[in-house]
Design a protein around this ligand. Structure first.
Ligand code: NI
Length: 173
């Protein structure tokens, strides 16, 4: 397992639409293991493959609390097959947009179909923070960031801030 570098806004790759995984193989499983290690190290509760520069439809999540047993989940080609319930609002963040948090409203419940590490079709029903997390990560596979769900004013402000930081880093070499 290895920790991989995480892409940061405004990296253009974060806007790519990721490709479906054609066959679940050793490479896919290694990718998922690396993504989990990277996510735990950050630390975060979800990560999409494109955030480590791989444009494949793979996400990992773990919304267990600090004092709980870890519940790592790797989803390949995840697809929301149903969403509904009471809308829920969470303050979201993203490992690709460090130290920035905003409230986002999303459907409170989802059912997601995906392939597991063995290539078997699975379905998961989620609510609460896990439902939000799954939607956030699946958004990444379509080049969508959580800041796309907030006001344009706030989004423009945070994008500009990260553009400036990237420029400064470049100049400092
Ligand atoms: Ni994110």
């Amino acid at each position: 397992m290895a920790i991989r570098p995480i892409l940061i806004l405004p990296d253009a790759r974060l806007r790519l639409i990721s490709d479906p995984v054609a066959g679940v193989d050793r490479e896919t499983r290694t990718l998922m293991e690396d993504m989990l290690e990277t996510m735990y190290d950050a630390p975060g509760i979800g990560l999409a493959a494109i955030q480590v520069g791989v444009a494949k439809r793979v996400i990992v999540v773990d919304t267990s609390k600090k004092d709980e047993e870890k519940k790592p989940l790797g989803l390949i080609n995840p697809e929301i097959v149903w969403s509904g319930g009471e809308p829920s609002v969470y303050e979201e963040g993203c490992l690709s947009i460090p130290d920035y948090y905003e409230e986002v409203e999303r459907p409170g419940q989802v059912r997601v179909r995906y392939l597991d590490g063995e290539g078997r079709t699975q379905e998961i029903e989620a609510d609460g923070i896990l439902a939000t997390c799954l939607q956030h990560e699946i958004d990444h596979l379509n080049g969508v960031l959580f800041i796309d769900h907030i006001s344009k004013l706030k989004r423009d402000r945070v994008v500009k801030k990260f553009q400036k930081m990237a420029k400064r880093e470049q100049q400092e070499g």
